[in-house]
Design a protein around this ligand. Structure first.
Ligand code: TXA
Ligand code: MG
Length: 348
């Protein structure tokens, strides 16, 4: 067993905070049964106390210890997708401290599919514990998909005791969240789209999860603005984007570009794969890189629509929420610029 993982498990048992890799994004973990440790996560992230966090479990963990009602649908979904990028919301067992649930009567449970996360969960409390772990970023920021991203978010004095290395997260966007806590009244509800699609869930449980309603539990990943870089972001259709870039070449503002088809040059640019899994895998690193490119705006070519792209489009919409209008205003003022001389452009 890797010594770092053993040290991390001991630090967590003593109430410390450890960031660890998962197949979706890196998590900031604490002992789910230690309310002070859970409070330290909220403090480090700058996250409101009433937002529930996901509890991560080792493979084969006893669901009945964490949840008071375990419908057959939950057992079937765990068998089909765990370890993997699916979080289930169930009724919280009375022995579990409400701090992990932000005071709600439910609990979010997931078994991650990353060898480092699994080894850590098996070492922590002999495999019988749970690690409360939201994404390892400051509240509202882009989620980290590498250990370096985590260190960028929580530098020295950031309140994190250890960051475990685990390479670049394979999936790249957060887990699908399905709410099974109100099955008898509402049926299954999809709270957050991810790599596990509603159709795939429907196939396993015989009922298609519905889109969230107004009464759905609070979920920070479901706020309109979230996963956002500091540079304003706009989503533009392919033709609109090409036109914006042509205008910017004669103007003063710099654009960083995330695209998947052929594009004219920009100040900085990253081409992402044109398949949804490859796009999701690279998306957050691309948003971070373009955020550091010294540009006035990040322009994103709107990806294709359709179910396989739901998770990606959901995260991009949140990244652009509230800043898309600002970018459009910048572009409009560029188009009025009198200078038409082409500026040197660097693309990478
Ligand atoms: O892929 C993921 O899910 C990553 C990795 C680290 O596992 N975690 C993650 O955690 O995205 P976080 O806290 O950034 O987002 C978890 C989402 C939040 O929107 C939270 O509100 C929701 O899950 N959630 C957790 N427990 C819940 C509950 N009992 N009821 C409703 N929503 C819950
Ligand atoms: Mg998050």
């Amino acid at each position: 067993m890797n010594q770092d993982i053993l040290n991390a498990a001991r630090a967590l048992e003593q109430g410390g905070l450890v960031a660890f890799p998962t197949e979706t994004v890196y998590g900031l973990g604490a002992d789910a049964e230690n309310p002070r440790a859970v409070a330290a996560i909220y403090a480090a992230k700058g996250r409101p106390q009433d937002h529930p966090v996901i509890v991560h479990l080792a493979p084969g963990a006893e669901l009945g210890y964490w949840a008071s009602q375990i419908p057959p649908e939950a057992i079937a979904l765990a068998a089909a997708f765990w370890p993997g990028p699916l979080t289930m919301i169930l009724k919280r067992a009375s022995n579990i401290d409400p701090a992990v649930s932000g005071g709600q009567d439910t609990i979010g449970l997931r078994c991650p599919a990353h060898p480092v996360a699994i080894a850590l969960l098996q070492q922590f409390k002999g495999g019988r514990g749970g690690l409360a772990a939201p994404s390892a970023n400051k509240f509202g920021n882009v989620s980290p998909t590498t250990a370096a991203h985590v260190r960028e978010e929580f530098g020295a004095g950031g309140g994190v005791d250890m960051v475990l290395e685990g390479g670049q997260s394979e999936v790249g966007i957060e887990s699908t969240i399905v709410d099974l806590s109100r099955l008898s009244t509402l049926g299954p509800v999809l709270l957050r789209p991810g790599q596990v699609s509603a159709a795939a869930i429907g196939q396993v449980i015989g009922r298609l999860p519905q889109a969230p309603d107004a009464a759905a539990p609070r979920a920070s990943g479901t706020l309109a603005s979230h996963y956002a870089p500091h540079t304003p972001v706009a989503l533009l259709g392919t033709a609109e984007l090409a036109e914006a870039l042509r205008r910017l070449q004669g103007g003063t503002r710099k654009a960083a570009l995330i695209y998947f088809s052929g594009m004219p040059p920009a100040h900085a640019a990253i081409q992402l794969p044109s398949n949804p899994d490859g796009y999701a895998h690279a998306l957050y690193a691309a948003l971070r890189d373009m955020d550091h490119a010294g540009a006035d705006m990040i322009l994103v070519e709107t990806p294709p629509q359709g179910e396989a792209w739901l998770g990606v489009n959901d995260r991009l919409r949140r990244a652009a929420h509230g800043s898309g209008e600002r970018v459009r205003a910048l572009l409009a003022s560029e188009s009025n610029a009198t200078t038409t001389a082409a500026r040197p452009v660097a693309s990478n």
